[in-house]
Design a protein around this ligand. Structure first.
Ligand code: FES
Length: 134
C-alpha cells in the first residue's frame, strides 16, 4: 500500500512539474508580451463589448465603437465600485448606480466618481482580443 502511494505521488509530481509551465500559460491567459487574452473578435463584434472581471490585471471592458476603433477600460466605477456601461448615444461610460459619467479615455466628466477609470492597451491577433496594462 505504501509503495503504491509512493509511486502515485511520484507520478503526480512528475506530471505536475513537467506541465506546470503549460498550466500557467493556459490559466494565466498571458501572451509573451504581457498581453492577456480577453475573448474572441467574433463575440466582440456580435455584442459590441467584451467584459472579463477576473483577469490577473483586473476587470477589463473592451468596446467596439461604430468607427471600428477599440477602447479598453477598467470598468469599476471609482465612486463605489459598480460596473460602468458604454452609452453609444452619449459616447460616454455611465455608471448605473449614481450616474457618474466618464469619457472614452476614462476621465470623469460628471457625477460622484472621485477619479478617472484606468485604460488598457488593446490589440487583435488571429481573431482574438488581447489587453495589457498601459
Ligand atoms: S458607484 Fe458609480 S457613481 Fe456611485
Amino acid at each position: 500500500m505504501k509503495r503504491r502511494r509512493f509511486f502515485s505521488l511520484t507520478l503526480f509530481s512528475f506530471i505536475f512539474t513537467t506541465f506546470l509551465p503549460v498550466f500557467h500559460k493556459v490559466f494565466a491567459q498571458e501572451t509573451e508580451n504581457n498581453f492577456y487574452k480577453l475573448g474572441s473578435l467574433t463575440d466582440l463584434e456580435e455584442n459590441g463589448f467584451l467584459l472579463n472581471e477576473n483577469l490577473e490585471i483586473g476587470a477589463v471592458l473592451v468596446i467596439l465603437k461604430e468607427d471600428n476603433s477599440l477602447i479598453a477600460i477598467e470598468p469599476t466605477c471609482t465612486h463605489m465600485g459598480c460596473l460602468v456601461e458604454w452609452n453609444k448615444q452619449e459616447n460616454l461610460f455611465i455608471c448605473p448606480c449614481h450616474n457618474s459619467k466618464f469619457q472614452e479615455d476614462g476621465k470623469v466628466v460628471e457625477g460622484l466618481a472621485i477619479s478617472d477609470l484606468p485604460i488598457y492597451q488593446v490589440k487583435i491577433e488571429n481573431n482574438t482580443v488581447f489587453v495589457a496594462n498601459q
